[in-house]
Design a protein around this ligand. Structure first.
Ligand SMILES: Cc1cc2nc3c(=O)[nH]c(=O)nc-3n(C[C@H](O)[C@H](O)[C@H](O)COP(=O)(O)OP(=O)(O)OC[C@H]3O[C@@H](n4cnc5c(N)ncnc54)[C@H](O)[C@@H]3O)c2cc1C
Length: 434
């Protein structure tokens, strides 16, 4: 018998699974299809899963701030038990270093406007609160191969913005598994080790065809395929009509031991160090997990085929990131072995996601997450379900964007902000900061 559903979701990463759960709550019978063997096994599993609110735009800050509450309320929100237990929200707080990027100025305005709890620390307070940091300014970001990298600096940073409510999820794959179980409790189904190779359509979307020839029918298909988003959009024939496009960017994350006399795992802050173009957070085993804010001095590797790219950590990039951390935390001992991982971001033209319908009726997308949307997964699930529900009921979302009432903070998010047809947003940081 042919399989069918009310909605097919391509991808079972954290956002794909969250979208399934939210649609399930609204009575949709969903099927997630993923080419990998389990939920969250793709880029989601490589995610640093940092939850912070310092985005450049009101909408970005508002969505992330709403996200804090989902993570705080995680088991309760899911309404289920999971035989593997629940992923945990580690409320480390965030230290955003004030830097010449000026990012903190945009952020502060939105924090005040939206009531995001925060403190401004002058330099002296910052030194007391994080005594193991060197607060010298190293701007502009550079690489250890250059001689200037090692020069002594005189200027110090003006201070930091501290947000106590932020942190990270300790296990991004388990987070996705939790969402899978929550979706299944609403009748959702997950098909793994299956690759979608065709989006069938006839005026509107009709369903998908898998690599093994199986056809599944549904009036709604949602592209949540991460770095493969452009591949799926081309299958659906919708990419050409979109003003904002997506492409895959290779990204490395590195790990080093924290200094032995610092209980970084339990007391360390997630830190956004725009002054050096890096971010870092505590990791189990008293380690420091380091990601890049893609400063201009570092190579950007755009990937044409998301199934074929170099997954080996590069020694040069490892050194660049680790030596930057060692400048900020001088007690870090740089080990001889380069540990880390490599995965892909699905980057949009302005590093702001696309959460939208498409020109093909019934075909939707939650893509272009640009290395910064793990934290928003449940909020996005809610937004996508609202947009799909409204469009399927005949609402013209393109000319009258759906306004999404949030669950926890009560703010209203304009889904039109994430339109595929927007102009490139000039206020974006054009980086992982969104
Ligand atoms: C290294 C790294 C660090 C990050 N750090 C952070 C962070 O600290 N904080 C934060 O908020 N965000 C972070 N992100 C971003 C965040 O992890 C992603 O935005 C999020 O995980 C995206 O989830 P998703 O469900 O959209 O897709 P993905 O996890 O990308 O999953 C997409 C799925 O689609 C499947 N798929 C693709 N094509 C097909 C097909 N044809 N057929 C069937 N299945 C298909 C894939 O197998 C995959 O499992 C990071 C990302 C990376 C890569």
């Amino acid at each position: 018998m042919r399989k069918n559903a009310d909605a097919i979701i391509i991808g079972a990463g954290v956002i794909g699974a969250a979208t399934a759960f939210e649609l399930g709550k609204r009575g949709y019978k969903t099927i997630n299809i993923d080419k990998l063997p389990a939920a969250g096994y793709g880029p989601t599993s490589s995610s640093c899963s940092i939850v912070r609110a310092h985005y450049s735009s009101w909408d970005g800050v508002g969505m992330a701030y709403e996200g804090f509450s989902y993570w705080e309320d995680w088991p309760n929100y899911l309404e289920i038990e999971d035989e593997r237990g629940f992923a945990e929200y580690m409320r480390s707080g965030t230290v955003l270093l004030k830097s010449k990027t000026g990012h903190h100025e945009k952020v502060l305005k939105h924090y005040r406007d939206l009531g995001v709890e925060h403190e401004e620390w002058e330099l002296e307070t910052a030194k007391e609160r994080v005594p193991y940091f060197d607060f010298h300014a190293f701007w502009p970001p550079d690489r250890p191969e250059s001689e200037e990298f090692w020069h002594k600096r005189d200027e110090e940073l003006p201070g930091v913005i501290y947000t106590p409510g932020s942190g990270y999820m300790n296990d991004p794959q388990l987070t996705s598994h939790n969402l899978q179980r929550a979706s299944e409790s609403k009748g959702g189904e997950f098909m793994f080790n299956r690759r979608v190779v065709e989006i069938r359509r006839d005026g509107r979307v009709e369903g998908v065809t898998l690599e093994n020839g199986e056809e599944i029918d549904a009036p709604v298909v949602v592209n949540v395929a991460g770095p493969h988003s452009f591949v799926i959009n081309r299958m659906a024939g919708v990419e050409d009509e979109m003003n904002i496009k997506t492409r895959a960017l290779r990204h490395e994350v590195h790990i080093v031991p924290a200094p032995e006399d610092v209980d970084y795992e339990h007391e360390g802050f997630h830190t956004s160090d725009g002054d050096q173009g890096i971010y870092f957070r505590p990791e189990a085993g008293n380690n420091i997990l380091i990601g890049s804010e893609d400063p201009d001095c570092d190579p950007q590797v755009w990937v044409d085929d998301p199934d074929d790219y170099d997954r080996k950590v590069s020694r040069a990039q490892w050194e660049a990131q680790v030596y930057r951390v060692a400048r900020r935390i001088p007690a870090v001992k740089v080990p001889p072995d380069s540990r880390g991982l490599v995965d892909l971001y699905d980057v949009s033209d302005d590093w702001i996601p696309i959460y939208d319908r498409s020109a093909l009726d019934g075909f939707y997308m939650a893509i272009g997450t640009s290395g910064n949307q793990f934290k928003n997964a449940p909020v996005v699930g809610h937004m996508m379900a609202e947009v799909i529900d409204a469009c399927e009921a005949g609402h013209d979302h393109d000319s009258d964007p759906v306004q999404v009432k949030t669950r926890y903070t009560g703010i209203t998010l304009n889904a039109g902000f994430y339109s595929r047809n927007r102009e490139i947003n000039p206020n974006s940081s054009f980086s992982v900061n969104g």
